[in-house]
Design a protein around this ligand. Structure first.
Ligand code: AMP
Ligand code: MN
Ligand code: MN
Ligand code: MN
Length: 276
């Protein structure tokens, strides 16, 4: 069997509901999965509260993906096996989600000023259950309106850092994220290190207290994977990996089970789910 420790639901910028994601993982015969929505645990909470977490097939690990503050780079930190009801976690996430809302309004305003006739309602049509509004939702609305052929083209032209409709939002510092994950009993993993684009930054983040490295990732080639395995070994880190599945048809992987990791890596992240 195979596992996948990185995937998104419609509680952040993924397309599938958490229950449909679990069904898709079961159909793909995944053994361990982790739901890692951006800046929210609402999808995981929904599953717990509706009693929809299966006891196995697949085993579900509660997770999250935080974006850290950095002037130039995208630094994402995954948290596994976190206590989703932790008070400090809830308060902090509320603040971040709030900041995403005001940033979303500002992005729509900038796009309007650039001449694109797009409204907040157009974007919210793509937001599903998500309160953590993302550039990804904005990009999908821009494609639906016919302004760009693909989501990645929207990023390239207007939404990437430095492009005309980019708006920064409040993000936690790396150290804050790591201590928050630890405070909630979780494991902190540096996501997709290659996408940071500078291994010196990768090392400096690791030195701030990271527990694991996302060695296996669709955009890592064999050489990258080997380099990050060595790095993980030299810092005595856990190794993780996942597909970063969003369920967006034009984005690889467009289905679960295409990109997986060996169960032996994933099982280290799984602890018996607490009875709530
Ligand atoms: P945000 O967290 O709102 O800044 O949005 C970032 C999200 O947009 C990421 O999690 C990706 O899912 C998506 N994204 C970022 N860059 C690109 C890109 N070049 N093409 C497609 N999607 C992207
Ligand atoms: Mn995303
Ligand atoms: Mn990410
Ligand atoms: Mn992700």
């Amino acid at each position: 069997m195979a596992s996948d420790l990185h995937m998104h639901t419609n509680y952040s910028d993924g397309v599938l509901s958490p229950e449909d994601l679990i069904d898709a993982a079961r159909n793909a015969k995944l053994r361990y999965i982790a739901i890692t929505d951006h800046d929210t645990v609402d999808g995981v909470m929904h599953l717990y509260e509706s009693n929809l977490i299966p006891s196995r097939n697949p085993y579900v690990i509660p997770g999250i993906e935080f974006s850290a503050h950095h002037p130039e780079r995208s630094i994402h930190i995954l948290g596994y096996n976190i206590d989703i009801y932790n008070r400090v976690l809830r308060d902090t996430l509320n603040e971040v989600v709030e900041a995403r809302w005001s940033r979303f309004s500002q992005m729509v305003e900038k796009l309007q000023q650039l001449g694109y006739a797009i409204t907040e309602a157009d974007v919210l049509r793509f937001a599903g259950e998500s309160k953590a509004i993302s550039r990804s939702h904005v990009a999908q609305a821009m494609v639906a309106k016919g302004f760009f052929p693909t989501v990645s083209k929207v990023f390239d032209e207007v939404l990437e850092k430095g492009k005309p409709a980019y708006v920064h939002h409040y993000r936690l510092e790396v150290e804050e994220i790591i201590s928050l994950i630890h405070e909630t009993g979780g494991i902190a993993v540096l996501a997709h290190p290659k996408l940071i684009g500078d291994d010196d930054i990768v090392k400096s983040v690791i030195q701030q207290g990271i527990d694991g490295l996302e060695v296996f990732y669709p955009q890592h080639d064999q050489e990258d994977t080997e380099r990050y395995m060595e790095l993980a070994k030299s810092y005595n880190l856990l190794m993780s990996g996942g597909s970063d599945f969003h369920g967006i048809p034009s984005r690889f992987p467009n289905e679960l089970g295409i990109f997986t990791i060996e169960d032996s890596y994933a099982e280290k992240f799984y602890q018996e789910i607490k009875q709530l």
